[in-house]
Write a protein that binds this ligand. Sequence first.
Ligand code: NAD
Ligand code: UD2
Length: 319
Amino acid sequence: MKKNILVTGGAGFIGSHLVSALLKEHRVVVLDNFSTGRRSNLPENSQLTVVEGDVSDLCVISQLFADQEFDYIFHLAAIASVMESVEQPLVTHQTNMDGTIYLLNAARTQNKPIQRFVFASSAAVYGAEPTLPKTENSPIQPLTPYAIDKFGSERYVTSYSQLFQLPVAVARFFNVYGPRQNPDSPYSGVLSLLVDAFKKGNQADRVEFTVYGDGQQVRDFIYVADVIQGLRLLAFSEEARDGTFNLGTGRPISLHEVILVLEILTKKQVNISYKAAREGDIPKSYAAITKLEQLGFQVNMPIEKGLQAYLEAELCATV
Ligand code: NAD
Ligand code: UD2
């Protein structure tokens, strides 16, 4: 049966992929203030309603829930830039934490019982603590206002399940990549910057790129379609109820190795300029995903396949 599903931040990079997937079976309402999201990320679809509004505006949330009730909520709206949270902690806190509380409260007080409230958290909650791989029980060490608000929100989400029996699930995203990721800031995801460099250097044999540090830093890059697979499991499987899950691939790869894969796929060379490692850069981060796998998750898009799909979407004619 068709469900009515709210996706906050649904016009953004990850949200828009989720919306397209959900629309195959359900009605979807997107709440987005279009600060980084774009209308053009969303499909034309009679089952989709787009509400322009701010999750940190209590009047917006109250009106939205007065107008209709939801079966599921995916809460992805956030100021996703860590740098912005460092520069403007008060403003980002309003979206990244107050917005979560407003939504949780609206979810618990609507008449119809919510079937799942899924919250988009981040591997940033693990901070620089070196234990690897990161399991959901690894030490938490949030180092920035962004990470602190993500962890605070997580705690609110899980406390709403304990105090009010709201069915919830928390997803800790690792490094997500794929089409529609915005490469416009120097702090955008490294793969969006790399693919953008290939786009710009399209006609040349060599592509220019700056690596901060020695290129040996390790990440767990997960293709956006696999993130959507994980989010659906967190919402629709009974076993995910009230759990916290890493959403990664469990397959670490260094920046140098990723660049090599891109060179092989595009048959172009990257001319790397090295600069000092960014302050606070984490040398290695990757997920243990046993918990997610127990829900039936499989990595469908390992890095070679994911990068190929990403390049095809962004550079279509040239790859
Ligand atoms: P994004 O910036 O593309 O998406 C965020 C969306 O939220 C945008 O559409 C934006 O317009 C909207 N938004 C921001 N503030 C809002 C507000 N106050 N009210 C309503 N809408 C608002 O970023 P993304 O990469 O798609 O991130 C989605 C979620 O995943 C975020 O919560 C982010 O923190 C989390 N996350 C992303 C990554 C990643 O690798 N991309 C990693 C960890 C966590
Ligand atoms: C990710 C998140 C960040 C925060 C952090 C917590 C993204 C985009 N960033 O940062 O929000 O949650 O995890 O751990 O999801 N790099 C280069 N050249 C560039 C850009 C980046 O060498 O032009 C390096 C960068 O220094 C880092 C690596 O590439 O070592 C990955 O960078 P990133 O910003 O994509 O992701 P990360 O893990 O640092």
